[in-house]
Design a protein around this ligand. Structure first.
Ligand code: NAD
Ligand code: DAU
Length: 354
């Protein structure tokens, strides 16, 4: 059995769904269900005895300790986090609480559990911490892509909180011997991506006839990875990663934001044309930039390929098409997650950029 945290969010739910199609090993899924956590992502698992959902906080030491003692997982995979950069600019406090304090308490509970294990159970136990490429800061146009040896230079409250959590994980290995693995991944996209992030937001706004907001000049570069590829990389690191190591995960798909938005518009023109026959790109609108906006991220994923034989299966062209199709086929999911408090977030984030 494994314990997954944040398994009702975007990447965590994809991970749980994929895990249970590949293996019969049960999953305990601990998630506090913030605005980003959604049990509807896991509907396919309803009634499946291999999936045990627990509503709770990674920062609740007693709860985590009890789950570990009761279920004796051989691995903990930590996805739980506040994950949206713009929200961290509007309100950093939750990021400090969950990403730093929450990870610390989770580590404490895991350390207490692991210290009491013996023999093979102790030797094979793993704590895998899911992190981001944003901890490395921003690259210039001609800089080489991020390697695991790059220094940490986080620029937003979000990336600073993730950097702090990575450091705690590292320290628990060096100080206490906890068998940890850390992965630093680039931008994911795919099914169940909450429409506050660029790709699902653009698909949603396009179909709703709303503006497609481009921050600044739209020339910021991100390195896109289809979420199922991130999941397969995590499984591979869990299976064969060297304890105490970090692994960069990326898609070898660097794209400027404007190009991504144009691609989405073109696919939508083909799969779901506007009723007036005009192209979706007419909805593109330039808005005020994100403060401290990182210019370029790029991942050098050669270590995970060399050591563990992992490469992404999807290209950007295949992954983005699957993604658009998924959103078109799952409009009920989109309308459920975009009701209520989602609207308040849009007012807060976009009104000031007009
Ligand atoms: P998400 O915001 O979609 O989901 C986060 C999940 O964590 C939600 O289900 C939420 O309810 C849960 N959660 C939040 N606080 C919690 C707490 N205190 N206790 C228990 N559960 C809690 O995030 P995501 O995009 O799926 O990202 C998952 C992880 O991957 C994060 O750690 C993020 O930093 C990292 N990451 C994300 C990306 C990306 O492109 N989305 C890329 C690299 C790394
Ligand atoms: O690099 C990995 C990171 O990718 C993860 O750690 C984060 O959790 C994840 O949210 C993502 O961060 P970004 O800030 O890169 O993702 P976002 O989708 O918010 O923005 C992608 C780019 O698009 C970024 O340059 C900002 C820009 N953007 C975003 C939005 C929401 C716009 O131009 N307009 C928008 O409305």
């Amino acid at each position: 059995m494994i314990l997954v945290t944040g398994g009702a969010g975007f990447i965590g739910s994809n991970f749980v769904l994929d895990w249970l199609t590949q293996s019969d090993e049960p999953v305990i899924n601990l998630d506090v269900l913030t605005y980003a956590g959604n049990l509807e992502n896991l509907t396919d698992l309803s009634g499946d005895p291999r999936h045990l959902f627990v509503h709770g906080d990674i920062g609740n030491f007693d709860l985590v300790a009890k789950l570990l003692a009761d279920h004796k997982p051989h691995a903990v995979i930590n996805f739980a986090a506040e994950s949206h950069v713009d929200r961290s600019i509007h309100g950093p406090e939750d990021f400090i609480q969950t990403n730093i304090v929450g990870t610390f308490r989770l580590l404490e509970a895991v350390r207490a559990y692991w210290s009491n294990l013996e023999g093979e159970s102790k030797g094979s136990f793993r704590f895998l911490h899911v992190s981001t490429d944003e901890v490395y800061g921003s690259l210039g146009k001609d800089d080489p892509a991020f390697r695991e040896t790059n220094r940490y230079e986080p620029n937003s409250p979000y990336s600073a909180s993730k950097a702090a959590s990575d450091h705690l994980v590292r320290a628990y290995h060096h100080t206490y011997g906890l068998p940890v693995l850390t992965t630093n991944c680039s931008n994911n996209y795919g099914p169940y991506h909450f429409p506050e992030k660029l790709i699902p937001l653009v698909i949603h706004n396009a179909l709703a006839g709303k503006p497609l907001p481009i921050y600044g000049d739209g020339q910021q570069i991100r390195d896109w990875l289809y979420v199922k590829d991130h999941c397969s990389a995590i499984r591979r690191v869990l299976e064969a990663g060297r304890v105490g190591e970090t692994y960069n995960i990326g898609g070898w798909n660097e794209k400027p934001n404007l190009e991504v938005v144009h691609t989405l518009c073109t696919i939508l023109d083909e799969l779901s044309p506007r009723v007036d026959g005009k192209p979706y790109e007419e909805q593109i609108t330039y808005v005020k930039d994100r403060p401290g906006h990182d210019r370029r991220y790029a991942i050098d994923a050669s270590k995970i390929e060399r050591e563990l034989g992992w490469r992404p299966a999807e290209t950007f062209d295949t992954g983005i098409r699957k993604t658009v199709r998924w959103y078109l086929d799952n409009q009920a999911w989109v309308s459920n997650v975009t009701s209520g408090t989602y609207r308040q977030w849009l007012d807060k984030n976009y009104e000031a950029r007009a």
